[in-house]
Design a protein around this ligand. Structure first.
Ligand code: ADP
Ligand code: MG
Length: 240
């Protein structure tokens, strides 16, 4: 479903992806771990060409992401993205944040957009918050709205970039719970996170990134229980 082939990227003279190769199969969850600055965000941003690459190839299904012929908007429509900082529109309600994209991007009539929005809010446990403005929601609830908003657009793939890193510890569980349910439903996901427990429980594959490379990868019970790479050992000893 997603394939990286020797992907290299520089910011100026600074190489941030130094030959990344890896595959994510349909319906599988890949968790990306690694120290700050190791290239995790850059890697997942390359999938929708939010970051262009200089060498190698990236495929989403049979679409060659870097190809000039690619309809980038159509590609982006297939992929939902949830970032660390929930960027909800502050002047719109939870439901309004979801229906906006459905109406504007997908040309779905308002009544149907609202129905879909309500359904997605229920799926993330926020059926009763449809009319709440973001300021009235907790960080965890805002992040669940951001997930619902992405899901409403019916993506084939969901990318998460440290979705719980900005949250108070007691709000993390609710967001991870929603992500676990999504994984169980068969969504193809790449999740950048420091939540080792989530990786252990949900990931089909773990990638440990270091210095712009996947330094170690495999099933979580192997990578997390018997790490080989010294930096991964230290990373796990510190708790992510
Ligand atoms: P991570 O998500 O693992 O913390 P990033 O992908 O954000 O790592 O960053 C990888 C490296 O690329 C870091 O050294 C970072 O400083 C650098 N970097 C990220 N974005 C930019 C940018 N827009 N311009 C220049 N350097 C950047
Ligand atoms: Mg990052």
């Amino acid at each position: 479903m997603i394939k990286f082939e020797n992907v290299e990227k520089w910011f100026g003279s600074h190489q941030v992806l130094a030959g990344v190769s890896g595959e994510v199969n349909r319906g599988e969850v890949t968790v990306v771990l690694g120290p700050s600055g190791s290239g995790k965000s850059t890697l997942i941003r390359t999938i929708t060409r939010l970051e262009p690459i200089q060498r190698g190839r990236i495929f989403v299904g049979d679409v060659d992401v870097a190809s000039r012929e690619v309809n980038i908007n159509r590609l982006r429509q297939r992929i939902g993205f949830v970032f660390q900082a929930y960027n909800l529109f502050p002047h719109l309600t939870a439901l309004g944040n979801i229906t906006l994209g459905l109406e504007r991007l997908r040309r779905i009539p308002r009544t149907e957009a609202k129905e879909r929005g309500v359904r997605e809010l229920a799926r993330v446990g926020l059926a009763d918050k449809a009319d709440a403005l973001p300021a009235k929601l907790s960080g965890g609830q805002r992040q669940r709205v951001a997930i619902a908003r992405a899901l409403a657009l019916d993506p084939e793939i969901m990318l998460f970039d440290e979705p719980t890193s900005a949250l108070d510890p007691e709000k993390v569980g609710g967001v991870l719970h929603v992500m676990k349910a999504l994984a169980k439903s068969g969504m193809t996901m790449i999740v950048v996170t420091h939540e080792i427990g989530f990786a252990r429980e949900v990931a089909d594959t773990v990638w440990f990134m270091d210095g712009g490379k996947i330094a170690e990868s495999g099933a979580p019970r192997i990578v997390l229980n018997t790490p080989e790479h010294p930096r991964l050992k230290r990373f796990l000893a510190r708790g992510g």
